[in-house]
Design a binder for this molecule. Structure first.
Ligand code: KIV
Length: 312
């Protein structure tokens, strides 16, 4: 049984101190865009990753449906369910105090009707404490976004490469590479903005297309593989830290090799246990010498063999 509950968290017995910041709000995000302050968004899927995002001081935490692939081991984002997303989102909420927290509506949770979209967006807010939700694509999703916003829940849009419908986009490919495709992207963005999305994600779009489009957009644009001209950037937590050991897209910059470090750590533990080096004295609990002697006396005086605990 774990004895971690109640034990000191730091080597000096104090919980690590996190600098106090003001809670992120939608007006503050709009202000950041106006002032040209870059917005930082990262995904998180559990309590430890949310603690890291909180302590690192990011502005927005997205509980992305990328969890399907980087946490749950699915082949794509398509299979993840609302119930799975809610378990992850609640864990993130418990550690997210300052950043705006957005729940990513999974495939199948909003496309069917406005009613479905609103009721699942409400679940993210009521059952997991989200500040806002995100959904993918233009077209029909614009109606869904409008319905959710009218129900009082802020919505972030997402255009360009939309992984939930990657098959119909021809795979995980850069979007907006022809004038026609870029114009469609512009129309989707403006439609999402017109119905009241407070922000829009641009994914896998040529940097020059983003740059040309930015002056038309009044809400903060958060880019992932969309060049340097968006108002902010987002990366998947597991990609940027190198936790997810598989191919990563061109737009990912790896800031650490956590996977390598985790393998090395677990390998050392394995070797130590097998060699009898762990646990050492400093990892073991003690008992008063008198108590131990009394216990040993009891053991030698009593025959415990064949007795059930209920006979004691
Ligand atoms: O699911 C996700 O992580 C996302 C981001 C990449 C924007 O949608």
């Amino acid at each position: 049984m774990s004895t971690r509950q109640g034990e000191p968290q730091g080597s000096d017995g104090e919980a690590a101190s996190v600098p106090q910041r003001a809670k992120m709000t939608l007006p503050r995000l709009a202000e950041m865009k106006r002032e040209g302050e870059r917005i930082v968004m990262v995904t998180a899927y559990d309590h430890p990753s949310a603690q890291v995002a909180e302590e690192a001081g990011v502005d927005i935490v997205l509980v992305g449906d990328s969890a399907a692939m980087v946490v749950l081991g699915y082949e794509s984002t398509v299979p993840v369910t609302m119930d799975e997303m809610l378990v992850l989102t609640r864990a993130v909420r418990r550690a997210t105090k300052t950043p705006l927290m957005i729940g990513d509506m999974p495939f199948g949770s909003y496309e069917g009707s406005n009613e479905l979209a609103v009721s699942n967006a409400q679940r993210f807010v009521k059952e997991a404490g989200c500040d806002a939700v995100k959904l993918e694509r233009g077209g029909q999703s614009v109606d869904r976004a409008r319905a959710i916003i009218r129900a009082g829940i802020p919505v972030m849009g997402h255009v360009g490469l939309t992984p939930q419908t990657a098959t119909s986009l021809g795979g995980f490919k850069t979007q907006g590479k022809s004038a026609e495709a870029a114009a469609k992207l512009a129309e989707e963005t403006l439609a999402l903005q017109a119905v009241g999305c407070f922000s829009i994600v641009f994914e896998a779009i040529p940097a020059a297309v983003t740059k040309a489009l930015m002056p038309q957009i009044d809400v903060p644009v958060i880019g992932i593989g969309a060049g340097p001209d968006t108002d902010g950037q987002v990366l998947v937590f597991h990609d940027l830290l190198g936790i997810f050991n598989s191919h990563s897209p061109k737009f990912v910059k790896r800031y650490a090799d956590v996977h390598g470090q985790m393998v090395a750590g677990v390998r050392s533990y394995t070797e130590d246990v097998r060699a009898g080096r762990f646990p050492a004295e400093e990892h073991s609990y003690t008992i008063d010498a008198d108590e131990l002697e009394a216990f040993k006396g009891y053991l030698s005086a009593e025959s415990l063999a064949g007795r059930s605990p209920w006979d004691w």
